[in-house]
Design a binder for this molecule. Sequence first.
Ligand code: ZN
Length: 281
Amino acid sequence: MQGEVDPTWTRVRYDLPVERVARITLARAEAANAQDYLMLSELNEALDVAARDDTVRVIVLAADGKHFSSGHDLRDRTDIGDLPTVGVQCHFDADGAEGYMAREAEMYVNLCWRWRNIAKPTIASVQGKVIAGGLMLVWPMDLIVCADDATFSDPVVAFGVNGHEYFVHPYELGGRLAKDMLFTGRAISAEEAERHGMVSRVVPRAELEAETLALAAHIAKRPMFGLTLAKQSVNNSLDAMGMYTALQSAFGLHHVGHSHNRLVHGSLVDPDGIDVIRSEA
Ligand code: ZN
């Protein structure tokens, strides 16, 4: 079955750059690929197209521009009701914690977990800055090829929450570095990320696209079902280490943080956080 690419997508592009490989590219370079709900929804649809295309064995997620993603678009006012929902959440407009928790569960946690479990290998191809919610597009991918200029940070503890919503930091970095990254808000370099096993390959910026596609083509020579079984086996092993339960636990604490901020500051995040982050940028 062939997938259907939607010509109305504005936040992502879709192509088939080499045999058996689909590539989805974040196409909002003018905003450093900040993620609004529309981008996440289109990305989800594009991943479905690649997943359903029987000629595709490996999916690459790349990004236009200098930076892979600056995180969530905090100016986004998209009504989630205008988008096709993909998960099982509801009550998005409810008062109090209920509606906002449902929106974040749907658009962040559930989408990331869904992408993490696509039955085909996925490769993130990363350059420049990856900040907070940007990690939520990188970490659900199976392999990460990054340029030597890539940096990774999650500074949102300054906003009075534990970290971004797809809280798998200890699985990606190990407990010690996860705490370091979260407590300090500092950016981890490509070299440090590789040393801790968070990225698969570091390559010169000029070779990022070629190296990513070469790796994808190499993997795509293997039979689809073998790749699927290998992926599922590793994912099951991570789940046996409690990954999903830990993610849900952290998401609950994340919303304790949001609710606390609402009570104390009248907003979802501590407003002083932006000055802390800007002073250290
Ligand atoms: Zn949040």
